[in-house]
Design a protein around this ligand. Structure first.
Ligand code: NAD
Length: 483
């Protein structure tokens, strides 16, 4: 039976930073697609609030162009696009001053859901929270949405949480990690907890190890200044990879409900053992066909910031005792891949004469490209001449399996609609974020204390040689990153 889509109530969504890169590339195009899908109730409004002076007409024109650029094929429906931009409004607001706040207050309406998207740097979160309160713009049911980076260490994350907590309850705060909005990530939970097949095998008795890879082909792009102060550990591992690790490793929540799910994720983070320094590899990309070196990209010839991390983690609990979790992420790599692979143990004894290969079932959950899953199984190679075994994937690419009519919403669209619905399941709770920093902080501090120099790797590869060795030493290997 197909479960129904929960309807959305009429809302006013205020986007602070509504002229910024994130708003133009993700938030507005995402909202347009939900509008087209009939999920934006009549009368709902998007109110952009940012520094530049402009009126509604200017803003609509700008966003029309941005949505056309980033919104995909649906933007060919110009009639819908025209109708959508009529729901956009603009107020010039200074987060740090008084300008624009009474205009914004006057625009707000009673009786509709109020959501405030903080699509600005975290340095402004406190100012925005304070002003929303001072001008009585946010009410008890209002939601706020905040973006990464959520702190740069435990101390700053705690300070940010404390700042927000002065004016908002935890159930009003939606910390976005867009990885959690991916269809596949939710499917991971459906597959694990909705099938009899996998859960009995999901433990140290049957799982040899788990690999999580998030490889990008791009470099630091225009974000060099920010990235060089951050690095792959802060930018990717502490949030995205950690969230994926939690979902793959957590116990079944008693129901699919926000706090039940987040309680289980938190237990995983708290059970993570400190990482042994021999089990971490940092890397930095060198020049190559793809472009200049990392150091040239960030215009810092002496930078020791990592654009790549690989590590082996252990979760100290009964389910996962002894099972390594290998995590890696990097920029300017051979291919663009995000996947989690659960590698099951081999069967131990082969009854097939001459079959010396170690056949392993692998459940690979792909976030990109082609969201989907495949399960590697061992079968007989077709044809005469005896029993020769081959490993083949049972491929389930969602777009193929579900057909084109099942339009898969982008992560941002889904998450924004969850904010309006008041569903926090796919958002990080404050204590989760803090626990994740508590695990990554000692690693980063040790690098900084000894001025650790990252290993260099050629662009277009799978990262430094040492990352291969991390697996080889354990008699295992990374899954191939396809170019
Ligand atoms: P941006 O620099 O492109 O835009 C910043 C926006 O904030 C602009 O609209 C600007 O007018 C507004 N702003 C700045 N100072 C202001 C002030 N004093 N008062 C009112 N408005 C002010 O930034 P962005 O790339 O859109 O990123 C926004 C946030 O989202 C950041 O925290 C960033 O780290 C995070 N983020 C961005 C991306 C992305 O893909 N761009 C991805 C993940 C997270």
């Amino acid at each position: 039976m197909v479960s129904r889509v929960i309807p959305v109530e009429q809302f006013d969504l205020v986007i602070f930073g509504g002229t910024g890169d994130l708003a133009r590339r993700k938030i507005l195009p995402g909202l347009f697609r939900r509008f087209r899908a009939g999920q934006m109730p009549e009368g709902s409004r998007v109110i952009a609030a940012a520094r530049s002076e402009m009126d509604d007409a200017d803003y609509r024109k700008q966003m029309m162009a941005a949505i056309k650029e980033f919104g995909g094929s649906e933007t060919k429906d110009t009639e819908s696009l025209e109708a959508f931009v009529q729901s956009l409004h603009y107020v010039a607001v200074d987060a740090r001053g008084d300008g624009g706040w009474s205009e914004l207050a006057q625009l707000m309406r009673d009786g509709v859901i109020r959501a405030f998207y903080f699509s600005v740097g975290p340095g402004l979160f406190g100012d925005l929270a304070e002003r929303l309160h001072q001008h009585a713009i946010a009410d008890r049911d209002s939601r706020i949405v905040v973006e990464k980076p959520f702190g740069r260490d435990l101390q700053s994350a705690k300070a940010l949480n404390a700042t927000l907590a002065q004016h908002f309850r935890e159930d009003q705060i939606y910390r976005i990690d867009h990885y959690l909005g991916k269809e596949t990530v939710q499917n991971l939970m459906a597959v694990r907890f909705g099938n009899a097949l996998f859960e009995p095998l999901w433990n140290s008795h049957y799982v040899d190890h788990i690999q999580i890879t998030v490889a990008e082909t791009v470099g630091v792009g225009g974000r060099g200044g920010y990235y060089d102060k951050s690095g792959a550990m802060r930018d990717m591992v502490q949030n995205h990879l950690m969230q994926l690790l939690c979902l793959i490793a957590m116990e079944a929540p008693n129901q699919f409900e926000a706090d039940a799910v987040r309680d289980e994720k938190l237990k995983v983070i708290r059970a993570l053992q400190p990482v042994d320094f021999h089990h971490i590899v940092r890397g930095q990309y060198e020049p190559g066909s793809g472009g200049p070196s990392y150091r040239e990209d960030v215009e810092n010839p002496r930078s020791h910031t990592e654009s790549f991390v690989a590590l082996k983690a252990h979760i100290a609990n009964m389910r996962w005792a002894g099972v390594p979790f290998y995590l890696r992420t990097g920029k300017r790599m051979k291919g663009r891949v995000s996947e989690i692979a659960v590698v099951f143990k081999d069967i131990g004894h082969s009854i097939f004469e001459g079959d010396e290969a170690r056949h392993r079932n692998i459940l690979a959950i792909r976030l990109q490209p082609n969201e989907g899953m495949d399960l590697q199984v061992t079968i007989k190679e077709p044809g005469p001449g005896g029993m020769r075994l081959v490993d083949v994937p049972l491929d389930m690419t969602f777009a193929d399996a579900l057909g084109d009519e099942q339009e898969v919403p982008d992560a941002y669209e889904r998450l924004i609609m969850d904010v309006i619905r008041g569903n926090q399941t796919l958002f990080m709770r404050g204590d989760e974020v803090e626990a994740a920093w508590a695990w990554t902080d000692p690693i980063i501090e040790a690098w900084e204390a000894r001025n650790d120099v990252p290993k260099h790797y050629d662009q277009g590869t799978a990262g430094p040689e040492d990352a291969m060795m991390l697996m080889h030493r354990d008699g295992r290997r990374w899954r191939e990153i396809k170019g």
